[in-house]
Design a protein around this ligand. Structure first.
Ligand code: ZN
Length: 418
């Protein structure tokens, strides 16, 4: 590790961030990796490595990385923009339309989105004439939302901000927290903040990749330092109940390779769990959430996947082929660095986001380029790293590339897709 210690808090402490329990077991140890979303402006940076070890709490079923890299270190320059995937944007538009219809917004009602990114979702509510406020801690991203006309404050969400929003704006009708609970180091403070803003009419929607899908679909590359926590219906139910909220519905959705949408409301006077939620919680237990041997098998499959990927890139390079990547999300960094492939094996990675182009993926400094630049390199093999949008990207590659290339994805197993 290079100078990493000062950025790690709670190192070695093994208490659950969700329920304060002390009984956690090891689910996957990926060794020391660079920060996945950190794309460097120069190729030869000295890259810091931090341990990445997933543990699961037997008390509440929350998955979590053992070592916490502080948010100020992790998010000082955040380059994930939602607006680059067409299928994700479509998902956001549908959610806004359906929810605006179901919740029956009236005058004075408003929507709060936590981690509102560049305004990809809230702009649809604005079009429907509904007041919104976004909270987006990454200043460079919040600025883009403001420029797009989406009211946004650039702060970390927690109890303090919630109390000041309550004083200045009152309670929102809808709170949306998509793909953010994983990024929060103090998840109990975050949930307490939501609870402060929830009134009798408020509904809360939380979307997050499901930890159970990791186990069932070998989605290990969604584990990275920016994701402190990995949610399940079990953990959301327990953690939010403590804050006076009730999980009343769990929907399965397709984003990010299989996510859950958790619906919360104020805890009713008489506590009665919804049957559908109870069934979902039991299903997770049946699927092996608390089964240590199931996770040992998962670990074994991931080690095999990683070594297969290494061997495939190595043999392609030895055969004189040009190997490139398509899509530079955080999960690309997890796969590339966990498999410890050699410098220069992957020539370049294309990404549609101008925010990422011209930068370099650690640790070897793989250049991130535009799709056109990538195709000019005449790659023989192209790996799609965001496997959750394989179809969208493989069609795009097929339509744009001039020289023939084989297209692959590596997760859940190495597979040619075109
Ligand atoms: Zn716990």
């Amino acid at each position: 590790m290079q100078n990493g210690n000062s950025y790690i808090s709670g190192r070695g402490k093994k208490f659950c961030r969700g329920c304060n329990g002390l009984d956690l077991f090891s689910a996957l140890d990926l060794g020391e990796l660079p920060i996945a979303n950190e794309l460097w402006p120069n190729q030869n940076e000295s890259i810091e490595l931090f341990p990445l070890h997933l543990r699961i709490c037997r008390g509440c079923g929350l998955g979590q990385v053992e070592d916490v890299v502080t948010p100020s270190r992790l998010f000082r320059d955040y380059r994930y923009l939602s607006s680059t995937s067409t299928s994700f944007l479509e998902h956001a538009r549908n959610f806004a339309t359906e929810t605006a219809h179901d919740l029956n917004f009236g005058p004075g009602d408003w929507v709060l989105e936590i981690a509102s990114n560049d305004g990809y979702l809230l702009k649809h509510f604005i079009k429907l004439g509904i007041d919104v406020l976004g909270v987006e801690p990454a200043e460079n991203v919040a600025q883009l939302a403001l420029e797009a006309g989406v009211p946004t404050v650039s702060e970390f969400f927690g109890l303090d901000l919630a109390e000041s929003l309550l004083a200045s704006r009152g309670r929102p009708k809808l709170i949306v927290a998509n793909n953010v609970m994983a990024h929060v180091p103090d998840i109990q403070n975050f949930v307490a903040g939501i609870a402060v803003l929830v009134g009798p009419e408020t509904r809360v929607s939380i979307e997050n990749p499901s930890l159970i899908n990791f186990l069932k679909e070998d989605q290990f590359d969604t584990i990275y330092h920016e994701h402190y926590s990995y949610l399940t219906a079990n953990s959301v139910d327990k953690i939010t109940k403590k804050a006076g909220l009730q999980l009343f519905k769990v929907e399965e959705i397709v984003t990010h390779g299989g996510s859950n949408r958790y619906w919360l409301r104020q805890q009713p006077g008489v506590v009665s769990s919804e049957k559908q939620v109870v069934a979902k919680i039991l299903q997770e237990v049946e699927d092996g959430l608390f089964d240590e041997s199931a996770w040992r098998h998962f670990d074994g499959r991931i080690q095999e996947l990683i070594s297969n990927f290494y061997n495939w890139v190595k043999s392609s390079i030895e055969a004189g082929k040009v190997v490139c990547g398509y899509g530079a999300p955080a999960k690309a960094s997890t796969l590339i660095n966990a498999s410890r492939i050699e410098k220069d094996w992957i020539t370049a990675i294309a990404d549609a986001s101008p925010e990422k182009q011209g930068r370099f993926m650690p640790t070897h400094g793989i250049p991130i380029v535009s799709p056109k630049t990538l195709f000019d390199l005449k790659p023989n093999e192209i790996i799609i790293f965001p496997w959750n949008i394989t179809k969208e990207l493989s069609e795009l590659i097929e339509n744009q590339i001039l020289a023939p290339a084989r297209v692959w994805k590596a997760v859940p197993k190495l597979e040619q897709v075109k």
